[in-house]
Design a protein around this ligand. Structure first.
Ligand code: SF4
Length: 246
């Protein structure tokens, strides 16, 4: 199966919550795949991860952090040197400017520390809502739900949202999950998108939510159907069978 169109309608809240509970059970220990040792390193790694895989970032950051272990060191770095160290990441020129700019802002405005509020984080160069949400949730344990490309795709396929922007998707998904679990839900959806609900070829036959998912392939007539429609068909046939026995 190639890339599949998103469902046009959301599933019911009950189905959506069941789907998320199944993902929670499937990925109980999901954490960020980015390697970092402190909030500063996480901030830099997340900025580098835009349009780049976490695996690629993890190959890049050891040398970068060895050369510039603190915001003060990175703030004083030469642009060309940083570009050379991160050139295997996409958009490395812009990212080099951003991480140096962010380090300078940390030194100038935050005493060399990563701030812990969304407003302050989003004021840093290269930091948007998604990056701020990852730093808040992963580094500081705050209730935040970051929407990246995997989260956007998986949430749509599962019928959790029809939102056309990351913020709309964030609002729809966070309305389905207790606030205390927002930061974990982000990882459930990302890990699911990376391992099963892949962009081009989702592995629906191995998916824990296939019986409820509106994007799961329907089996031909005469066979048991999968997805939410299949669940409804099975529910009706059980009721019919009970009625005929009565
Ligand atoms: S059944 Fe699973 S893998 Fe297939 S589209 Fe739905 S969530 Fe993705």
């Amino acid at each position: 199966m190639g890339a599949i169109p998103f469902p046009k309608r959301k599933v019911s809240k009950t189905i959506a919550k069941k789907e998320l509970a199944l993902l929670e059970a499937a990925y109980p220990h999901a954490v960020t795949a980015l390697a970092y040792g402190n909030p500063f390193e996480l901030l830099v790694a997340v900025i580098l991860s835009a349009q780049c895989t976490d695996a690629r970032v993890n190959l890049t950051t050891p040398a970068l952090f060895a050369a510039y272990p603190t915001p003060k060191a990175l703030a004083a770095a030469r642009l060309a040197d940083v570009e050379r160290l991160i050139q295997s990441c996409g958009f490395f020129r812009t990212k080099a400017k951003n991480i140096i700019g962010a380090a300078r802002a940390l030194v100038a405005e935050h005493a060399g520390r990563v701030p812990e509020t969304r407003e302050e984080l989003e004021a840093l160069p290269g930091v948007g809502r998604k990056t701020a949400s990852v730093v808040l949730s992963v580094a500081f344990g705050e209730a935040a739900f970051a929407v990246d490309t995997h989260v956007f795709r998986v949430a749509h396929r599962m019928g959790l949202t029809t939102g056309t922007t990351p913020l709309a998707v964030e609002r729809d998904v966070t309305a389905l999950v207790p606030e205390s679990k927002w930061r974990f839900a982000h990882h459930w959806l990302i890990l699911h998108g990376r391992t099963i609900c892949k962009a081009q070829r989702p592995l629906c036959d191995r998916c824990p939510v296939r019986e409820l998912c509106p994007s799961a392939p329907k089996k031909r007539a005469g066979r048991v159907r999968s997805g939410a429609a299949g669940a409804e068909v099975r529910r009706r046939s059980r009721s019919l069978s009970k009625a005929s026995k009565a």
